[in-house]
Design a protein around this ligand. Sequence first.
Ligand code: PEP
Length: 263
Amino acid sequence: MSVSTITPWVVGNWKMNPVQADALKLISDFKKLLERAPIAEEKCILGVAPISIALLQTQAELKTAGRAVHTVAQDLSRISATGAYTGEVSAELLADYGIQYVLVGHSERREIFAENAAILNAKIQNALNAGLTVIYCVGESLEQREAGQAEAVVLQQVCDIAAVVAAEQWQNIVIAYEPIWAIGTGKTASPDDAQTMHAQIRQGLKQITGYAETMAILYGGSVKPENAVELAACPDINGALVGGASLNAESFHQIAQAFANTQ
Ligand code: PEP
């Protein structure tokens, strides 16, 4: 049954995990699951975001997955091109090395690494100009939700990037709504609350881009096989950004299946 005409995305955010041997086993297990129970590309776009030094190895391993599983960078530099910027990796270098997707605005980057709207906008502009697709994360804290500010905070974060995204570049943006209080906590937004926020995000997007109806809006925050089916049934939830559960091949595969089954 088709919940939405937007092809869902299921992307694993491995964060600062796992060690190399475990990463290789995770990829190998996931490939075996895809062989045994294939998920059609047109039913679900798949990606995984490993640590930066594992990007190319992950990409090479995923070439034999039997279908596209995109390798996603977890971060990029706010500085473009090449030059004397020790420790940085620019959008152009990611693209040059064949990495076409990148996360921007994850709450851990916003909070722990003090990435504000100006820094995030520089990263988004660089990524889009280099031809990358950006998975842009937004989400409110528990305090903001309890103060009744969740919608305003999230819509502001969405609007923040309008200054740097050119009209046609909205096609290369995927939004990930990740309430901070649900990340890594085991607490998930109820499907109703998540759907309500996703619908509001889409309404907000309609004010700034003509692509709002075709943009994927992913949900993130303690997504697991147990709640994926209900979340996937919501019309404005077009996939999931998955942290903890993406470190288990079976869980990640089941979540992907839940979203693919809506198509
Ligand atoms: C995340 O950090 O993007 C995330 C959604 O994590 P978790 O699934 O572990 O809550």
